[in-house]
Design a protein around this ligand. Sequence first.
Ligand code: E4P
Length: 214
Amino acid sequence: MKIFLDTANIKSIKFYNDMGLIDGVTTNPSLLAKEKDNPHKIMKSISNMMDKGDVSLEVIGTTSSEMIKEGRQLKQYGDNVVVKCPMTADGLIACKKLTSENIPVNITLIFSSNQAILAAKSGAKYISPFIGRLDDIGNDGINIIGEIKQIFQNYDYNTQILVASVRHPMHVIQSAKIGADAITMPPKILDKMIQHNLTTIGLNNFLSDWKKIK
Ligand code: E4P
């Protein structure tokens, strides 16, 4: 399962990329709004930093023609850029067009398997089902990952399932068990995956026992 970092924070991206842990980055307008620098400067820097790893950069336009124009511009930031379009009728039209120009697309804001089918049929490289936001409204978000996986396998769709809106490490384990192609998570979740209390306690014990050796 590919691991993407869901952030526009350059420092975090550099930290985890230097550790060799991430396969790419996903951003969105809300994440960019949290940073101080110019959003276009940040998006360009992220694509430069990630070398070959896919970097999803989101369009702001709402009509297909705006999205197509913007998608072409965003693609100039790097070969690794994947254009993120929303799951709307216009987003699907833009997806088809951009894909035909060899510009890969990530269809974002997916909340149902029906939306996933349409995004796959439009040629999306990735679809991003937002499981945490489904949990927030009382649904079991992870359910749609299994459902989409089965549907994509039935029809040999090449579109990759990129699990998004991840809230806790259990989401990661559940997604990996289902066989999601990729998952994107905020830095704090990646950090939680690294840490375990028993590792900390065990290491402290080893080090204090070592000091007892004469
Ligand atoms: C995905 O690409 C989105 O950036 C992200 O996962 C949304 O997560 P949120 O629901 O925590 O905002």
